[in-house]
Design a binder for this molecule. Structure first.
Ligand SMILES: Nc1nc2c(c(=O)[nH]1)N[C@@H](CN(C=O)c1ccc(C(=O)N[C@@H](CCC(=O)O)C(=O)O)cc1)CN2
Length: 279
């Protein structure tokens, strides 16, 4: 049976370490989370980010704008945050209401304050192997893999999903750690066979329990980024957990795996941004 990669515990340790560092720097890094509209899941995530930031000694606030906020009004708010010297990190919670282009909001954030790591400048730096702010979820996955002692150099990794916020940066980080990386997606031929070749499988497709036990190479490490709410209220990942845990050597649960790492890495990015702005 697979070892469980406990993201909740790793995230708690990471946050405690960050709190210690913040206590020693002589100022409180400032984070603003921008939420537009009333998406209920976003409400939970934004509250959790704000609470975690405050607990670690950050100056955190949420800018909650109404559902009917126009795109140009949102961009003006972001410009004001860019210009505010007390703000080190800005994050625009996704998804945004349909009338606002997420790419416009992301591109409006000052890359130096882009603690989501989504700005094209930061994405380009990551793709070029240059330092920059890295998206929180893939960064959290790398922490989990390293903490668990998973061998990365030379390992075959597969990333399922090619989103800008998880799949693509995830593949870049694995490549940077000397994995041999395959990016798979909805058009990949014979996905189960591709998966069975992988020593490390990262699922980020947003399809409940799509990855079956038979897709997993015996002894592989399985990282499940999916968070899917079923009609009966249960939360499941993109991996069929009970099947997969009999095949894998290590696996992240949902909940309690990658999700908590996303929030811890947001704090890590905010501290990095704050220190870089003062360097
Ligand atoms: N601007 C951003 N928007 C979104 C991001 C992001 O990184 N930046 N990621 C997701 C949502 N997300 C953070 O914002 C996030 C999702 C889930 C969790 C988490 O801790 N999940 C728990 C379960 C929570 C539940 O019960 O629903 C877990 O997995 O244990 C944290 C952050 C989309 N938007």
């Amino acid at each position: 049976m697979a070892r469980i990669l406990d993201g909740k515990a790793v995230a708690a340790r990471l946050r405690a370490g960050l709190a210690e560092r913040v206590a020693g720097i002589g100022f409180r890094p400032g984070l603003v989370v921008v939420r537009v509209g009333e998406d209920p899941a976003s409400g939970v995530y934004v509250r959790n980010k704000d609470r975690a930031a405050r607990e670690a000694g950050f100056e955190s606030r949420t800018l909650h704008l109404s559902e009917d906020t126009a795109e140009d009004a949102l961009l003006r708010e972001i410009a004001a945050l860019n210009a505010d010297p007390a703000v080190d990190g800005i994050l625009v919670q996704l998804p945004l209401p349909g009338h606002i282009r997420a790419e416009a909001a992301i591109a409006a954030v000052d890359p130096a304050k882009d603690v989501d790591g989504f700005h094209p400048i930061n994405a380009g730096r990551l793709a070029s192997g240059l330092p920059g702010l890295v998206p929180c979820t893939p960064r959290g996955v790398m922490h989990l893999l390293r903490e668990a002692g998973v061998k990365l150099r030379g390992a075959r990794a597969i990333v399922l999903g090619r989103s800008q916020i998880v799949g693509r940066p995830m593949a870049q980080l694995l490549l940077g750690a000397d994995c041999t990386v395959t990016m798979a997606h909805s058009r990949t031929d014979d996905l189960p066979a591709e998966c069975r070749r992988a020593d490390i499988l990262v699922a980020a497709v947003g399809r409940p329990e799509m990855v079956r036990g038979g897709w997993i190479k015996p002894g592989a490490t399985v990282v499940d980024v999916g968070i899917n709410r079923l009609p009966d209220g249960r939360l499941v990942g993109d991996v069929a957990f009970t099947e997969a845990e009999t095949m894998a050597a290590a696996i992240t649960p949902v909940p309690g795996g990658v999700g908590p790492m996303t929030i811890a890495c947001l704090l890590e990015n905010t501290l990095e941004a704050a220190l870089a702005r003062r360097a």
